[in-house]
Design a protein around this ligand. Structure first.
Ligand code: C2E
Ligand code: MG
Ligand code: MG
Ligand code: MG
Length: 292
């Protein structure tokens, strides 16, 4: 650490704020050109059967390769996009890119599984969203069942009749709706009853200490019980270790997603995964080779 850095702590702090402000401003400006300059791309993370490792679905996750700052995580730029109409163009680009990837995987000989995309809560308020989805599916000749929309409670908490109408409409098309990050916020069970939800995604925070935390286990049990009653699919997010996987198996959580099976990967790597169909826990592989 330089002496200068220690001496000018106050000034340093102020200039950090300036940098943050500048960076934010620049990101917002640059984001307008990100699509046309081909700086955005998708990665895909598999969702697997907890017991067999069979790939049962994928989640598409957006990335931005900024020419100066490198990779910008979605949590840093999606909120900026949501401040303007930009999130609409980006959202459409995500759905179309995921649909194109499905066609490519299919031509390569892979059996397709449903792909989910994350949708900004605000998007459900824009009239015509359901038609946009319908048109994209038609243009790519894909059945609606292969597309899943992940929404967070932030969308449902607005309690806007336009949101429920839009959800009902896309749901009637056959598109599946997943409630993302369940357990993170209010997690009202009422949402599961009031909206056409098909899938509950248990928030990553539960996975973190699940093996030791009996209270977290009790919450997972009750979510699973409720999901069964409501006829919902359940998937646990953020599984990183064998211990976590085994705990979710013991709780009879049918599906999981997380670094243990795979980090989000490029469309090309996903193609090889889809052709293989089954994944193995990465940790188990490294443990196995340690034993040799
Ligand atoms: P999310 O939808 O809950 O996505 C899961 C996030 O957890 C992803 O981060 C994923 O890379 C990460 N993850 C998956 N498995 C593990 C694990 O085992 N351990 C840990 N520590 N993390 C794991 P990512 O890609 O940075 O995305 C963050 C959030 O950004 C997403 O959370 C989603 O809310 C938002 N997002 C991503 N792509 C899009 C998009 O295309 N549109 C919109 N509107 N939001 C997006
Ligand atoms: Mg998600
Ligand atoms: Mg999530
Ligand atoms: Mg999230």
């Amino acid at each position: 650490r330089s002496r200068r850095e220690n001496q000018s702590a106050v000034h340093h702090y102020a200039s950090n704020l300036d940098i943050d402000y500048y960076r934010r401003y620049r990101l917002e400006q640059d984001l307008h050109y990100a699509i046309e300059r081909k700086q955005l791309f998708l990665e895909y993370q598999p969702k697997v059967d907890s017991w067999t490792g069979k790939i049962i679905g994928l989640e598409a996750l957006i990335r931005w390769q900024h020419p100066e700052w490198g990779r910008i995580p979605p949590n840093d730029f999606i909120p900026l996009a949501e401040e303007s109409a930009l999130h609409i163009a980006i959202g459409d680009w995500v759905v179309e890119t995921a649909c194109q990837a499905m066609l490519d995987w299919s031509s390569a000989g892979a059996d397709l599984v449903p792909v989910s995309v994350n949708v900004s809560p605000k998007r459900f308020l824009i009239p015509g969203f359901e038609h946009q989805i319908e048109q994209i599916l038609a243009a790519y000749h894909l059945p609606a069942e292969l597309l899943e929309l992940e929404i967070t409670e932030a969308a449902l908490i607005m309690d806007d009749p336009n949101i429920s109408r839009t959800l009902e409409h896309v749901s009637r098309l056959g598109v599946r709706i997943a409630l993302d990050d369940f357990g993170k916020g209010y997690s009202s069970m009422v949402y599961l009853q009031r909206y056409p939800i098909d899938v509950v995604k248990i928030d990553r925070q539960f996975a973190t200490h699940i093996a030791e935390d009996t209270k977290a286990q009790a919450i997972i049990k009750s979510i699973l019980y409720m999901a069964k009653e409501f006829n919902l699919a359940v998937i646990a997010e953020g599984i990183e270790t064998i211990q976590q996987l085994e705990t979710f198996r013991a709780l009879e959580c049918p599906n999981i997603q997380g670094y243990l099976f795979s980090r989000p990967v490029s469309a090309a790597v996903m193609e090889s995964f889809l052709i293989r169909e089954v994944l193995y826990p990465i940790e188990a592989c490294s443990l196995a080779s340690d034993n040799i």
